[in-house]
Design a protein around this ligand. Sequence first.
Ligand code: ASP
Length: 317
Amino acid sequence: MALLAVHGGAGGDGPWGGPTPMDPPRLACMEALLSDLGPRLDDGSLSALEAVRLAVMAMEDEGGFNAGVGSVLDETGAVSMDASIMRGEDGAAGAVVGVRRIQNPIDTAHGLLQGGWPLMLCAEGAEAFAAKQGQRLIDPETLVTDLRRAQWRKWRDASLRPGATDEDDAALDHDLGDEIDGPGTVGAVALDAHGRLAAATSTGGMTGKPVGRVGDTPVIGAGTWADERVAVSCTGVGEAYLRACAAHEVGVGMRADRADLRTVCDHVLDLVEPYGGRGGLIAVSADGDVVLPFRVTLMYRGVWRNGAVTTAIGPDV
Ligand code: ASP
């Protein structure tokens, strides 16, 4: 039984106000990729690793998400992006940190996974690797959207503390007002027809982050994890997910006899919460369970299972 789940970031305080005019293209992006990749996972023509790479690339290319084009801006008003990918059956992984001139950071992370060594490259080193792989390096300004520019001005004018990580100041982009609301980080987890698992996550980070700040997204075991039992992609205040080694904790929890995926993931969000870890995660297990828990107002999310696609933004009803 194959499964594919994706998220497009989590955030917000208080009750959900319903979809914004920006949401239809985000949902359409998730629906299109799930409808395309799900059947290919199911008929065995696509591996879990390929599915999560392609799913995240599709969301990096949709300007409404905070990854690739549409990434949020750091304290200087510039884009810098993080991404990671992991294959469950052998623990192979790749990650990039603080890249600016790459259209699809997850593709570079995937190239590192395939190369086998090194696992993680940052900034210019990652960009040079991408160029060697045949990726065209781009002008980072082409990744900046009007939405993110407006959001960054609002962040600057409100004098929010850069890189704030506690609950009140966290500059998760969803919290900055409905009229310029924008969702976050993107991620995917997959189980293929051969029972293999993979996970991938990609982000522009947090609005107003200090130059050089690294969140959980590119750190294997914090934002992304896959082994032979479970695949996980996290979204939320990265510092908290880092401190809790959140994604890996799901893997640890699933080693127990008769472990239940929902119970394990809820426990991990309990671990993250005291650190100010507002957000959520998605996880799929080798025995065909999928969960998408979150502890904030909304999480953009979607699942392909048994030939059917479902997507949602606000709380489950
Ligand atoms: N976890 C991401 C980071 O801290 C942000 C997010 O998921 O919204 O960079």
